[in-house]
Design a binder for this molecule. Sequence first.
Ligand code: ADP
Length: 607
Amino acid sequence: MERFEKALKKYWGYESFLPHQAEAMICAGRGRDSVVVLPTGGGKSVCFQVPAVTLTGMAVVVSPLISLMKDQVDTLVECGISAARLDSTQTPGEQSGILKAIAEKKLKLLYLAPERLVSSSFIEFLKKAELSMIAVDEAHCVSMWGHDFRPEYLQLGILKDAFPSLAIHAYTATATEQVRNDIIEQLRLKDPKVLVGSFDRPNLVYKVQRRSNLIKQICSVLDRHEGESGVIYCIRRKDVDQLYTKLRSKGYSVAPYHAGMGGEERKRNQDDFINEKVDTIVATIAFGMGIDKSNVRYVIHTGMPKSLEHYQQQSGRAGRDGLEAECCLFYSGRDYGIWKSILEDTEPKVHQIAAEKLNAMYNYCTSVSCRHDTILEYFGQQLGSDNCSACDVCLGELDCMEEPLETAQKIISCVLRLGERFGADYTASVLTGSREQRIVENGHDSLSTYGLLSDFTKRIVRDWIEQLAEQRYLQKAGEFNVLNVTEKGWSVLKAERTPRLLKPLKKREEKHRKISRAAKESWEGVDRELFEVLRKSRRTIADRKGVPAYVVFGDAALRDMARLKPSSIEGFLKVSGVGETKSRQYGEVFLSAIGEYCSASSSKPGD
Ligand code: ADP
């Protein structure tokens, strides 16, 4: 254990282990097969990288995508570890250089695609090299039940025969037990230790809002994260194009990404995002797999995904570095309808499961329970706290009416009085006592429900109608979305059920929006101005070296620098995320940036 701790400090600059890391490393150290299930950002990579560095021989790491391998190898090399990847994009010269390094036992980690690892000639070659272990990253790719099934991963089953004395360790963020069992079976693991961490991502702040003025809603998130990286997911390519154009015309730093674009343009936009030349990528869900960018500070969904698994995976791309990040979902009842109609064509068994998943997703959107708790419960875990202080519900941003029954009854009666022949807008006008010509002409100003909610604005009443429709007390029918009262709606009139209605957020409260615990802690004592200065230094270095900025230093390390303001190499080494190699390489640049900043701003430097 001591060796692992020393390596973690020396190469990565971290003082302590994250939950389950130590146990996972012990399995690797003792050569016991293992399945390690930790959420995104849970620190799975170091679970095999640290033992790989300390054990004799070379670890082989299987990874499904070249971009992932490249990112991890770049990060390791930056930390001063001899790692390499072998893939089809490399020149024959590069490949033979790596083969030579393997034969000369110079590498501690080798990253490979599954198809190369299972080729018989390569297995023979590897048998001559001294191996320490086999790590299978993104191991859920082996399972047909997972969302990223890769047939090549199935062939990995032969590794146990080819290397009977080597331990195999599988790593995934996928939560279901079925996938876990599949991994064990397909990789033929022997009595594996199964480690399952909490799926909660306490640094993510979940927020859900009904889609009303989408552009305005999106801009308010972007404005909260000026200059930071984020992803906006749209359901259709057309929406990506439209939203991108709109945001660009408003001056936001954005780029589009979807499968209908040319490969070159797509790649350029992705690189610009990774290298922080644009802040926000507007994309379909085609974007994300293989993106390891650790400092994504927000993920916005402009429509509801079809399941919580999808939502967890896509929103989970935020905050991999453990720092606070925001996941905003803008939905409408229409999203539910669209997914439902897509499902109609599926076979009955698939249909039933998919429909259940869709309902759970929709309930997440419309519920007023803690979002962290709802997600965890879906995956069979519990939060163990009444208040996560990291979702709109627990932060008190959703202001529910204390006694919504009477208001709901007024609205539903009005729909009935109007003969279930009018839409939401018209009904809201009648309820608020509008003198619009069409209402007077129709004689609706003499209805008993006319003006019953005239204490409120039309916008508020309109929102309530939508909320009742979302909870299926009202139903929108036909081409003109005429409102009908459902059976559930009738039960409200009989006071048998009480719907949930939100009080809209008042301007004043918005200004004093509470911030999440994760945000408070990670910014505690950080000089934000200095943080921005250091980001610039990091950019310059990353550009010069041709690696993503977060490979040089993660945001967490930069914040710690801007907190401690070190003035010596010893002080610099105390920053979390600064190991020996990085300190040697970049210490001078960052120390001088900090020094200059401190004298210009007359702030006190640290050790
Ligand atoms: P995963 O693969 O599980 O998504 P990563 O291995 O990419 O997670 O780790 C997520 C982030 O946490 C990275 O920035 C990594 O450097 C950091 N990290 C890993 N282990 C530790 C630790 N023990 N202390 C602090 N940060 C850590």
